[in-house]
Design a protein around this ligand. Structure first.
Ligand code: G3H
Length: 254
């Protein structure tokens, strides 16, 4: 079975004391994900070391950055390089979240540079794609997501592509409480997998973990995650509550 991932994205929330308390709460239940299961906690840069120290001891848990610089190193004030992330033990990095695309002007070329740097440093990128409401209302969501994939992913070889996790996050479902139905999620995930198969072949497509993100919560996680092409979730708001996120971890396919 492909890797099944419950990924928390804390976004720009929590002070250090609250971040520590939340993490301790998440770790308190001692859930060991199955062989194919992985819990990833994507936290603000200042908390990466603290979180990594706690999760490194736990099988099946890993820390993620929410972003990284698109240059290797140098005079880029305020940026954090992939090499720095790697040097402190970060294993995953979110790339191309819609909030980065929308508020920080991250265009496809920048995202592709970040993906290359992550793969060079053996950090698993979680590449986000997904359409806005107006695109879905026009029925153009498949074309839109395929174009995002073509622009950011299509230059990679099959072996590189297999190291990337994809997160489908319809923008209209992020932080809105309006979750895609499990049918909508499954349809898009199957479509994404068919795009991967068309470019790299069916075997490669079957190996790629595709997460769903957008108002995942304890009450809908199991239904979403049990769709055949949904391999877990990238969870924002509900990951800020330990009890909710623990239920989401438990909802991963076994
Ligand atoms: O990265 C997470 C997504 O943006 C989903 O956020 P949300 O669960 O608050 O809707």
């Amino acid at each position: 079975m492909r890797k099944q991932i419950a990924a928390a994205n804390w976004k720009m929330n929590l002070t250090l004391d609250k971040a520590e308390a939340l993490l301790d709460g998440i770790l308190s239940e001692n859930i060991n994900p199955t062989e194919n299961g992985q819990v990833v906690v994507a936290v603000p840069f200042p908390y990466l070391i603290m979180v990594n120290e706690k999760v490194a001891k736990r099988k099946g848990y890993a820390v993620a950055a929410q972003n990284c610089g698109n240059k290797k190193s140098g005079a880029y004030t305020g940026e954090v390089s992939v090499e720095m992330l790697s040097s402190i033990g970060v294993e995953y990095c979110i790339v191309g979240h819609s909030e980065r695309r929308e508020y920080y002007g991250e265009i496809d070329e920048i995202l592709q540079q970040k993906l290359v740097l992550c793969l060079d440093e053996n950090i698993t990128p979680i590449f986000c794609c997904g359409e806005a409401l107006d695109v879905r209302e026009k029925g153009k969501q498949n074309d839109f997501v395929k174009t995002q994939m073509e622009k950011a992913l299509f230059d990679f070889s099959a072996s590189e592509l297999k190291k990337i996790v994809i997160a489908y996050e319809p923008i209209w479902a992020i932080g809105t409480g309006k979750t895609a139905t499990s049918e909508q999620a499954q349809q898009m995930h199957a479509f994404i997998r068919s795009v991967l198969a068309g470019k790299w072949g069916e075997d490669v497509a079957q190996d790629v973990t595709i997460l769903y993100g957008g108002s995942v919560k304890a009450s809908n996680a199991e239904e979403l995650f049990h769709s055949p092409d949904v391999d877990g979730g990238l969870v924002g708001g509900a990951s800020l509550n330990a009890a909710e996120f623990i239920q989401i971890i438990k909802a991963l396919k076994h």
